[in-house]
Design a protein around this ligand. Structure first.
Ligand code: HEM
Length: 384
């Protein structure tokens, strides 16, 4: 264990890589959370959708429709957005990151086939054949997709925890063990899972308001029908977001109770306090937005903006607290020399050009797909 650092004590290069890593991981977290909670939503929709007589706005887009439409893209985005934090974490957290990976060995490598399977499973609903297979098979497909992404999330969390617990490495190596379990892993995953619903629903809300729900359904159904459908969808989304945010808070409490003393004291340290307060403030903003949306019963852009601002603050605050805990567990400053050497290597210009070119390409892809969407929205598969 080392003495926790404060920002001013972090060497410039280390601080630079850590800050870049935080921003990159936040982007990855948004996309990965969308996939995780989105596939869970699709699974529940697959099981109960038909029993609910008014699950979707007639003729309009629902949360489920958007998820079925965009999940393959979201999986691609989560995987792509994982690359930058993966590169950065290997630079600023070199020894610990590699050792944890090597110890978990083929369980980590299993991520590749698992992600491939998950990727194709979320594509299946787009095929015509899929709508003709029995409902039970479709539910199994949705469950398998969710399990693939849940395994992926578990694998990253397990690896992270192992990397900040060097004391167990010798024994794991001696016993040739490729699993690592800590009781706080379960609430840690619960924080990620429950915490991602509000983010996912806010993104879907934006997709609905900007995806032309109204224009794409103009003339297809009456405005009264559409309004009634939208109302039930917004009410359901707000309820899910509020309940899962509360569950995420309970998970934070459980994580704290089960965490190691080093992690506990880093969590309540002065260093982490501002980030913790920010994360809580963001959570209050999100809850307020969802409460208002629940009473207004429409995808109001102003409220979506307010809630999204809160979501970004919570995400960045939580990730910063996560870093404070990492700093308290391992000696980042010891790798400062390597960080400075890496920063001197150059390549920043190429990095920035690639960033801009790739961002432009992804934006172009999204616009091209949206232009290509049919005038009538594709529906989440009927479950009869
Ligand atoms: C849809 C698939 C994925 C999901 C659901 C997912 C989920 C997660 C979760 C939940 C975490 C946080 C773990 C924790 O702190 O407890 C995480 C971290 C991370 N993920 Fe992903 N992930 C996915 C794919 C990927 C891929 C393909 C890459 C790499 C190309 C990647 C790179 C990372 C990195 C670098 C971290 C941070 C590791 C660390 O700080 O120790 N992820 N991911």
């Amino acid at each position: 264990m080392t003495t926790p650092t404060v920002p001013s004590e972090l060497p410039t290069a280390t601080g630079l890589y850590q800050t870049l890593y935080l921003v990159a991981l936040a982007l990855h977290g948004l996309a990965a959370g969308y996939v995780l909670s989105g596939t869970a939503y699709m699974l529940v929709h697959g099981i109960f959708g038909r029993r609910n007589p008014s699950p979707k706005p007639p003729g309009g887009l629902t949360v489920a429709d958007v998820l079925w439409d965009w999940m393959p893209f979201a999986v691609g985005a989560a995987i792509t957005a994982g690359v930058l934090p993966l590169i950065l974490v290997q630079i600023f957290f070199n020894t610990n990151y590699y050792t944890a990976n090597l110890l978990l060995f083929y369980r980590r490598l299993a991520l590749v086939p698992v992600l491939l399977i998950g990727f194709y499973l979320v594509y299946l609903p787009k095929s015509g054949i899929w709508s003709r297979v029995p409902r039970s098979v479709r539910v199994i497909g949705a469950a398998a997709a969710f399990l693939c992404f849940a395994y992926t999330a578990h694998s990253w969390a397990e690896n992270h925890m192992l990397s900040v617990t060097p004391s167990v490495w010798p024994q794991m190596y001696a016993e040739s063990r490729t699993t690592f379990f800590h009781p706080s892993l379960i609430p840690r995953l619960a924080i990620v899972f429950f915490g991602s619903f509000s983010n996912m629903l806010l993104i879907v809300g934006w997709q609905i308001v900007s995806g032309g729900t109204v224009s794409r359904t103009e003339g297809v159904v009456s405005s009264a029908e559409r309004a009634a459908g939208v109302e039930s969808d917004v009410r359901r989304s707000a309820t899910i977001a509020l309940v899962t945010l509360a569950l995420a808070l309970i998970a934070v409490g459980s994580w704290y109770a089960l965490a190691d003393p080093v992690a506990q004291s880093a969590f309540i340290s002065w260093r982490a306090l501002p980030f913790l307060v920010a994360a809580l403030g963001g959570l209050v903003m999100q809850s307020a937005a969802w409460l208002r949306l629940r009473s207004r019963l429409s995808w109001n852009k102003g409220l979506l903006l307010f809630g999204s601002g809160g979501a970004v603050i919570t995400l960045l605050g939580t990730l910063a607290v996560r870093e404070c805990i990492r700093e308290a567990s391992v000696d980042l400053a010891a790798e400062a020399g390597e960080h400075a050497a890496a920063a001197r290597m150059g390549g920043w210009g190429v990095f920035l050009i690639c960033l801009v070119v790739n961002a432009a390409l992804i934006t172009w892809c999204i616009r091209a797909v949206r232009r290509g969407l049919p005038a009538q929205p594709s529906k989440a598969p009927e479950l009869s």
